[in-house]
Design a protein around this ligand. Sequence first.
Ligand code: EPZ
Length: 421
Amino acid sequence: MSTYWINGGKCLRGEVEIQGSKNASLPILAGSILSGKKSVIENCPIIRDTIVMKDLLEELGCKVAIEENCFTIDSSQCDKEEIPSELMKEMRSSIILMGALLARHKRLVLTYPGGCEIGARPIDLHLNGLRKLGAEITESHGFIVCRTDRLTGCEIDLDFPSVGATENIMLAAVLAEGRTIIRNAAREPEIVELQNYLNSMGAKISGASSNLIKIDGVEHLQETKYRVHGDRIVAGTYLCAAAITGGEITIKGVIPEYIRSTLHKLQEMNCVVKVIGEDSVYLKAPQRLRAVNTIKTMPFPGFPTDMQSQIVAALSVADGTSIVIENIFENRYKYISELTKMGAKITIEGKTAIVKGTKKLLGATVEAKDLRGGAALVLAGLVAEGYTTVEGVTYIERGYENFVENLRNLGASIEIRDERL
Ligand code: EPZ
């Protein structure tokens, strides 16, 4: 198992080009099934999750070629209707194949998805939405069997603005008969990207970024080329890396509007933040970060749950006490016990983390237990006194492309070590 070995205390300085968005790429790759033709997806990150998605698409009969960050998918021979359970378990977002496969084949069998240990992550909103579109879905012995004669447009009200459920319903509705309306839809930028990708194939979707999305079903879709935007969470992670180490950074290739709430909080923490043009942000950290009153994770455009662990790591060395409330997932504080080993003073009361900033953290051996929690441990190691070993880095490699290389280029003393078992 690989580990990251970090010698802390270095200020991060420099520029970093932000990778393509993992959470935009995955539903777009799944959507390539719908056309039965070629899709060229540019600026796709080469990370474990996109490689697992490639494997899933190939298992289903698609041809997938990868050249640098460009995925070319030919879904003309996509004739399989069963998703292998071992691949389903590898990644939560494999569930996003449901809507596209149902629209293409009218039948599919899959198992419950795996995913990060950040909560129960039920799929009731996905299944209810697909049932309203006309799918018969039965669940038995851990398998989900879906079939339909025809998907028919309808009005769907989501109990919660679920990102995945919004995406699955959009993907299923593109080829359905008539109009589908999704109310209380997720407003995340990844929904906008999926709409733009599908419309580039000839779909008729409008309303993404609002909480009401309209999809008018079409008969066929065309081949297309689409470029994925920069990953807003990876961008926020590098900004926090500069903030926690008292450094200075310019991030390029991300839409500032997509990280507005993170930028506001970093400014509250006494960082100087400047938006440069349409796709760059400059940040200069203070000598010591300032605590913030409260951070509540919320659906977009609120503060993103995927940035919760990274901002808590930064607040753990800030001057003062901060309150962080995790409203989206019920088990997203697993990394805090690891931060405590490094001297962080954080207490958890239900959904609330009380972060009492300390002057310094001390290097230790810590273990990543999910993707963003693992990134938070790396940030803590960058500022800690002495050496930190981060275990379980396969979680981190699910979402961060060239993470160690980029951090080294910014001045961090970090390396990947293969610890033979
Ligand atoms: C997406 O997960 C992202 N993953 C997550 O990012 C992100 O944290 C999340 O959206 C929220 O922004 C991908 O896009 C691949 P949800 P998703 O459905 O779609 C509950 C990362 O680190 N819910 O919006 O699974 C659910 O339990 C990952 O990149 C139901 O109750 O998130 C959660 O409490 C982690 N029933 C809340 O909604 C359902 O049917 C939000 O989940 C679906 C969801």
